[in-house]
Design a protein around this ligand. Structure first.
Ligand SMILES: C[S@@+](CC[C@H](N)C(=O)[O-])C[C@H]1O[C@@H](n2cnc3c(N)ncnc32)[C@H](O)[C@@H]1O
Length: 336
């Protein structure tokens, strides 16, 4: 069985869930309400509150995240036995006899050993060819299970910006069933957060945008391609990134402060909790924050009373920046 946090994701707040919950209780109170996770990434924050009886809104621009939210938290009934049988059957397929396919042609010997890439591509084709036998959530559960496995066995430091120079070792692809829970109301979106806030209202907005110039689509392009399965044929560079300009985030560009101001202006909620970290003087330019702390605080002050909660935190980081003094902060705004 796998849990929602069993994937490597830059900026995942899994280890910060207790701190976020403390902030919710301190500044909002213990009563259950609606929480919107607007830049949800893995979805662990929304899922954590959803499991405790909060109504949740969960959103990200990447389709791979959206499909995973529907798998973990969608409303459709799941025939668990049917999916477990499919997983067992697929796990028994021997990669040795499989022909090459779309996935293995592109990624083998780089991100995956040949046999592992062949099996991932085979399973993804199988899910698509048998789509009629599954409802949308069951389909998404199989795709998500495959995505988590591809992440687990990839020849990377934890993301797909590039692959490791060593020859990938064959790991053997094994799908695992998702450990499913029950939730109250869940609304799932795949939208630019600035558009979404114009349409929704909530009690608490949790805002965890990208902090720097590093684009999430560059980190997770292989998983996005695996989930989308529309099989693009043009790739850039040795890292095999498909054409993805439409998926690049403005929060990783110089317009980030203007976007953040617009987002906060249009939020219709009582409490805003922003995660932003203090990598202001990171060693590489790409790792420097796009929004300065004083700017962020000023923008929040235009909406209400601002409080800062600060924690020492070991950040999931694979690059050169020294995070010894790393502090993760929550900027909390009680909307007036
Ligand atoms: C710091 S990560 C969030 C991590 C998340 N809190 C977790 O615990 O997994 C930022 C996320 O924002 C998403 N993103 C970037 N720009 C966005 C936008 N304009 N609207 C919605 N999501 C966006 C990225 O795809 C990425 O998943």
């Amino acid at each position: 069985m796998i849990n929602i946090n069993n994937r490597r994701y830059i900026g995942s707040k899994y280890k910060l869930l207790g701190n976020i919950e403390d902030a919710v209780i301190k500044y909002y109170g213990p009563e259950k309400c609606t929480i919107a996770d607007l830049f949800a990434g893995t979805g662990v924050v929304a899922e954590y509150f959803g499991r405790q009886g909060y109504d949740i809104i969960v959103n990200d621009i990447l389709n791979s995240n959206y499909v995973a939210y529907n798998a973990w938290m969608g409303k459709e009934e799941v025939d668990v036995e049917k999916i477990e049988n499919e997983i067992e059957k697929l796990n028994q397929v021997s990669a040795d006899t499989l022909p090459h396919n779309y996935f293995s042609d592109i990624y083998s010997s780089k991100y995956f050993a040949v046999n592992d890439a062949k099996k991932i591509g085979y399973i993804r084709d199988y899910i698509e060819e048998n789509k009629a036998r599954f409802n949308q959530r069951e389909h998404d559960i199989l795709v998500t299970s495959l995505m988590y496995e591809a992440d687990k066995i990839a020849n990377t430091v934890g993301h797909f910006e590039s692959y490791l120079r060593k020859v990938p070792e064959e790991k053997g692809v094994q799908l695992r069933m998702l450990e499913l829970s029950q939730y109250e109301d869940v609304a799932i979106y795949k939208e630019d957060a600035n558009s979404l806030v114009r349409k929704i209202s909530c009690d608490i907005a949790y805002v965890d945008p990208p902090y720097n110039a590093r684009q999430y689509i560059n980190f997770y392009h292989v998983l996005e391609n695996l989930v989308n399965w529309d099989k693009p044929t043009e790739f850039e560079g040795d890292s095999m990134k498909f054409k993805r300009n439409h998926l690049k985030s403005g929060y990783s560009q110089s317009k980030a402060p203007a976007l953040f101001r617009d987002l906060i202006n249009h939020l219709n909620c009582r409490l805003i909790i922003v995660s932003y970290n203090n990598t202001y003087n990171a060693n590489s330019i790409a790792s420097n924050n796009k929004i300065q702390e004083n700017e962020l605080i000023d923008i929040l002050k235009s909406k209400g009373n601002v409080h800062i909660e600060e924690f020492n935190y070991k950040y999931f980081n694979s690059g050169k920046t020294n995070f010894d003094n790393h502090k993760e902060k929550l900027y909390i705004c009680e909307v007036e």
